[in-house]
Design a protein around this ligand. Structure first.
Ligand code: BJ2
Ligand code: ZN
Length: 642
């Protein structure tokens, strides 16, 4: 009896001195999971309410609930450090991974409630400026238009140079320009908050989600390998656009004016396919026209996407998806139209919010958003903490992988959006060029957005050079120039959703690599032996099964392991993308024989504005920097043109 008592007290004593045991840790996580599901659910609901009905009332509620969620995260992290001070010595890697996730509470770590509240409020206000902006175009016989559908449609269809300038400039005046000082404040308070979590700046925090110390270098290398593909596309498209609009509009530095690509941000060039089509006499595909001819409506678009996934054995969308999603733009209130997919963390409620219209581009976005929902569905049985992509690029890769099958002539024929599958080479080049306008044109854009933001977060880019540094990157990577003068009164980054929306962007660059790797893996899995660009995995459950193995892991393991499950390798690689586009690259090189590929690295002058709101006009040093940059650019451009 004595001996037993001594042993028990020793065990307890030792337990207390060293903190909770591993099995207590496991119980703690179970309890956490049940509570976190409720907290997350409440938080997402409040955010949904704001995003689908922008009102002050909904903003207040969302911010209050955000604060509750932050308090919960803090409490959990505190509990861990008091009850499990030795959790890092636990042997179960899964418990350690979850504890690691729980103590890394991001912005919630800040010890000042008001400052935390301001992160939430500033983010919502910036998104609201973006989402409610309008541009009035009376000089072109048009009234006031919002981005979706009005301005997007004009950018896609107008071939009037001056009208395109007006839309491009009008959008930037209505959005970025009005949010400059708020954005500066937003950056400062986020950086201040993230320091409490031990990060040097917000960019470092965002990059930590990739669990790769060499991440920045890795993406740079991937980009460099793909650069020739982009440069060849750029040179070819430049020549076609010159023919369309006239050489007088093209600067002699080899750049293309940024408003001529059929897209507000020059990120996706699909809408100018008609201008750049290689062989007009061969087959090309006009999905929008076919959708209209076939009597598609909005629900039909979502059913078509769902059917693709169910044909692989994935999905379907749960019942509530159809009743609770916002699939069309409501007429009676302001909403955030930018499309998105939502996981409500209760294992049943999954929704899409999209101001859907009847076009091919929108049909692709429907597939993209539904791809996210498929990922949500597959990992719904994981602990709440692991209900995320293996890294953010994985989520985007999953969202986009279907687009590679969906757009093949084989697939479009199978679902009645194309009459005949073309077999000739010219039609094949037409098809590949169209895919390049979507997938290759995007690469530098996907890469540069966070180059800019990382530089803002780490202080290398200050408010006095926000726009200058933005255009340096647009010029360096995309080879494009603004069609009208830009100054530091403008804030062109703010005209792109993800800047006010505060969504990291490098995920999309990563996704554009991954989706080709996975597409190849799925095509190999089903025994496909033809050219990679004509592979369609529709109705192939073997492909669905392989994909599912990766999806259902969520973020429970480092992404390299999820990658291994699907591709057999732990690395990101550009080879499948290069293989996919190789026939086009060879063709483009031939077409570009007489062209100067590339462009001058000398960028347009962005005029500094010492007293622009948001620029730190009180700092002489930054003003001096801005002036120096002005002279540097002027000098360089004089030199170049002479
Ligand atoms: C149209 C698409 C995003 C996406 C939305 C808005 C921000 C995050 C989500 C997340 C998904 C998740 C988008 C598509 C390709 C390039 C980029 C662009 N909207 N988001 N909740 N795209 O990725 O779906 O839905 O991970 O949970 O922004 O620039 O248009
Ligand atoms: Zn996405």
């Amino acid at each position: 009896m004595w001996i037993v008592l001594i042993v028990i007290s020793l065990t307890l004593g030792r337990g207390q001195a060293q903190g909770g045991t591993e099995s207590e840790g496991r119980l703690f996580l179970q309890e956490y999971d049940a509570k976190a599901g409720i907290v997350y659910n409440k938080n997402v609901k409040a955010s949904w309410n704001y995003n689908t009905n922008i009102t002050d009332e909904n903003l207040k509620t969302m911010t209050a609930i955000n604060l509750e969620a932050a308090e919960f995260a803090n409490e959990v992290a505190r509990n861990i450090s008091t009850r499990f001070p030795n959790w890092k010595t636990f042997t179960d890697p899964d418990i350690k991974r979850q504890f690691g996730g729980l103590v890394d509470i991001g912005f919630a770590a800040i010890n000042d409630t008001e400052k935390f509240r301001s992160i939430s409020t500033l983010g919502a206000e910036l998104t609201s400026i973006y989402s409610t902006a309008e541009v009035c175009l009376p000089e072109f016989g048009k009234g006031c238009l919002s981005l979706e559908p009005g301005l997007t449609d004009l950018m896609a269809k107008s071939r009037n140079y001056q009208e395109l300038v007006a839309v491009w400039k009008g959008w930037r005046n209505a959005t970025g320009k009005t949010m400059r000082s708020k954005y500066t404040e937003f950056v400062n308070v986020m950086n201040e908050a993230i320091a409490f979590s031990g990060y040097n700046d917000t960019g470092e925090y965002w990059r930590s989600w990739y669990e790769t110390p060499t991440f920045e270098e890795d993406v740079k290398n991937l980009y460099e390998q793909l650069r020739p593909l982009y440069e060849n596309l750029h040179a070819y498209v430049r020549r076609k656009l010159m023919k369309q609009y006239g050489e007088q509009y093209f600067p002699d530095n080899g750049h293309i004016p940024a408003h001529l690509f059929g897209n507000m941000w020059s990120q996706n060039w699909l809408n100018i396919y008609d201008i750049v089509e290689p062989y007009p006499e061969a087959t090309s595909v006009n999905v929008t026209a076919k959708m209209i001819e076939k009597g598609y409506n909005i629900t039909h678009m979502y059913r078509v996407a769902e059917e693709f996934f169910t044909s692989l054995g994935l999905g379907p969308m749960p019942e509530g998806f159809w009743t609770k999603s916002m699939l069309e733009k409501p007429a009676d209130r302001d909403v955030v139209c930018h499309a998105s997919a939502w996981d409500f963390f209760d294992g049943q409620d999954f929704r899409i919010k999209q101001c859907t219209t009847l076009t091919e581009a929108q049909l692709l976005t429907v597939h993209h958003e539904m791809g996210h929902v498929i990922y949500f569905l597959e990992y719904r049985n994981q602990p709440v903490l692991y209900r995320a992509g293996a890294n953010p690029g994985f989520h985007e890769g999953m969202a986009d992988i279907v687009s590679l099958s969906f757009q093949t002539p084989e697939h479009l024929k199978a679902i009645g959006l194309l009459d005949e599958i073309p077999k000739d080479n010219k039609s094949d080049i037409n098809f590949l060029l169209k895919m390049a306008l979507d997938k290759v044109a995007f690469l530098p854009f996907g890469y540069l957005i966070d180059q800019w933001r990382w530089s803002v977060f780490n202080g290398q880019t200050t408010p006095s050079t926000y726009n200058n540094d933005w255009w340096d990157l647009r010029c360096k990577y995309q080879g494009i120039s603004p069609p009208v003068e830009r100054t530091e009164d403008d804030f062109d980054p703010g005209a792109k959703y993800h800047i006010p929306g505060n969504t990291p962007y490098i995920r999309y660059f990563v996704s554009f690599i991954l989706q080709f790797q996975w597409h190849k893996a799925l095509c190999d899995e089903i025994g496909y032996t033809g050219p990679l660009h004509r592979c369609d995995v529709y109705r192939q459950t073997a492909a669905g099964n392989l994909l599912r193995k990766m999806l259902k892991m969520g973020s429970s393991k480092p992404w390299q392991e999820a990658m291994k499950v699907i591709t057999g390798s732990r690395e990101m690689s550009v080879l499948p993308m290069m293989q996919y586009f190789d026939p086009l690259l060879q063709w483009l090189k031939e077409q570009n024989k007489e062209e100067n590929i590339g462009w001058s690295s000398i960028c347009p002058t962005i005029i500094p504005s010492p007293d622009s709101p948001g620029s730190s006009s009180s700092s002489n040093k930054t003003n001096l920097n801005a002036i120096l940059i002005y002279y540097r650019n002027t000098w360089f451009s004089l030199l170049f043109r002479s």
